[in-house]
Design a protein around this ligand. Structure first.
Ligand code: SF4
Ligand code: SF4
Length: 187
């Protein structure tokens, strides 16, 4: 049984994911790849824009089917969504982390993501809700930042939050530098 703090009612792993959604909302990953067995039709019906590249079909995160903490295509969700369990979820299932600790970790990452969104919106108003992976793409290259103090000053709050997000994401949610499932959601 999962250890709980005195005041905390017994909460399940599904409750944890419902309270989180960081693997669906563009915080931890930038896209989801479909596998040959996945049908894109139910996803399109739910408003997800499925596209393709040289490796096959995919869609970008934040996922349009992630609404109010729930997956609106749960029964038809892609196999990579189905199989994915982050490090935090696995630790919670084993009782290695309490609900309160897990909730605090989720909250920290979510607040950081919101701060990042606000900083990006200040610089690029249309990109405030972009995935973290997309935000990384618009940061000026290091060589330009290093040679332009004004540019560096403008981007510093974004850079600081990106570094903190990456660290918290890797430490708390990914088992290693690669996601648990090699073909899962990719940055
Ligand atoms: S990041 Fe982990 S805890 Fe959060 S919704 Fe995804 S699997 Fe669940
Ligand atoms: S299909 Fe469902 S599980 Fe997959 S990213 Fe979208 S909301 Fe999350």
């Amino acid at each position: 049984m999962v250890a709980m703090s005195d005041q905390t009612p017994q909460l399940s792993p599904s409750d944890l994911c419902r309270s989180c959604g960081l693997c669906c909302d563009g915080t931890l990953f930038g896209k989801v790849r479909l596998q040959p067995q996945d049908s894109p039709e139910p996803l399109r019906v739910a408003g997800i824009m499925v596209t393709s590249d040289h490796r096959g079909s995919l869609f970008k995160l934040a996922c349009a089917a992630h609404q109010h903490g729930c997956c609106q295509v749960y029964a038809s969700r892609p196999s990579n969504c189905r199989s994915y369990e982050c490090k935090l979820l696995r630790r919670f299932k084993k009782g290695a982390v309490t609900w309160a600790e897990a909730a605090a970790q989720i909250d920290r990452l979510r607040r950081l993501r919101e701060q990042l969104g606000r900083e990006v919106e200040r610089l690029r108003p249309a990109m405030g809700r972009a995935s973290v992976a997309e935000i990384v793409q618009i940061v000026p290259p290091f060589a330009r930042l290093a040679g332009d103090a004004e540019l560096h000053k403008r981007w510093a709050p974004v850079l600081l939050r990106l570094v903190a997000l990456r660290r918290l994401g890797l430490e708390g949610f990914h088992a290693s530098r690669r996601p648990a499932q090699p073909e899962h959601l990719q940055r």
